[in-house]
Ligand binder design. Sequence first.
Ligand SMILES: *Cc1c(COP(=O)(O)O)cnc(C)c1O
Length: 411
Amino acid sequence: MNMIFRPNQPLALPSDQDATGRTFDEAEIALVAEVLRSGTLTVTKGRFGKSFEAEFAYTLGANHAHFCSSGSAAVHCAIAAINPNPGDEIITTSITDMGALTPILYQGAIPVFADVDPHTGNVTAETIAQRLSPRTKAIIVTHLFGNPCEMTEIHALAQAHHLPIIEDCAQAFLATHANKPVGLWGDLGCFSLQQGKHITTGEGGIVISNNAALARHVYLFINKAWGYGDPNPDHYFIAPNYRGSELQAAVALGQLPKLQGVVQARQKRAAQLTELLTGIDGIETPKIDPRNSPVWWKYPLMVNPNHIEGGAVGLAKMLKEWGIASAPRYIQKPAFRCQIFREQKTFGDSRWPFTLARPEAVDYSAERFSGTFDYLERVLVLPWNERYTEEHVEYIAHAVRECVNTLTKKS
Ligand SMILES: *Cc1c(COP(=O)(O)O)cnc(C)c1O
């Protein structure tokens, strides 16, 4: 039955960039209309932002949640809450969104890149431990593509060194490790509501925490550090305006009840694809820790370049003819190879805060990042979506199989 598929008649796959792959309906429209009719678009006066924060905290099982303008802003708020001194080191990952890295520099701290597991692209307790120093102030982990990091081990390591953990859950709504949702393993959990995430407001973000003092700092950081409601309010410290609006919060309130269904649909289809692609020479389906329940922001396939002509790039090129827009190498290069880090482009020509860094903290030699280079060479990121049907997944599997057949090296 797979024979009905032809590359010259590509099947149109739902896309997270438009209505074909998003879940908006009358619920969001009614909520946005309600905000507009109220005439109150700022969250400082309206009830939608507050309501979304309460609902999101409840959904995750967190004590506190604060809505903000983006996922990058969410990570910035979390770092600000940790309150590093200039030159303090924050261990992070070499494979993540730039929005999770620049806030470290804005807060005067030094991002120290840990290597990743070559099978998952995630940092591990071991790769983090290799980067610990007396100047380490915090650890940031990214749960890449919605597959959780080994939080049991990372949490134990952080406890032993009295270090806070910030979890970047932008790709990992409702993902769990050892039955506990990501975002609650750390001291602060950050989420993005950008267009392509599991739920979206176009742009937006939210931070959760069970620590009241940290959550208070996040709230203040979003609000120019103005102490709304305090007996003698003041602007307490340096902080931007990172607020979202009531309009975005209304969309978020419409999206939130759909989140569990979105996750379940993605999981069901990912299981189908894994089954269809298991055992094909030259490619590997994602390696999942049995303690994890991933939520499949994307479907990362591993391609063996010794077996497949052109490796991940060659396979992606051929999949494009089938109408499948995959991303070989994900972010193309490790974060530390971007100009901002190579040339230390920060404030004017000062290079600050890199001027405060220990040489080892900014040593980006390739041999310290073998897992990173290995992972990026082999990963092929397939787009994933809650609107994929059984037929869509059969089509993707069929296309991958055909392309792999064509590209398999003859020995
Ligand atoms: C999307 C994303 C971000 C940034 O979120 P924005 O809302 O685009 O600012 C940060 N980290 C990760 C892992 C992401 O996927």
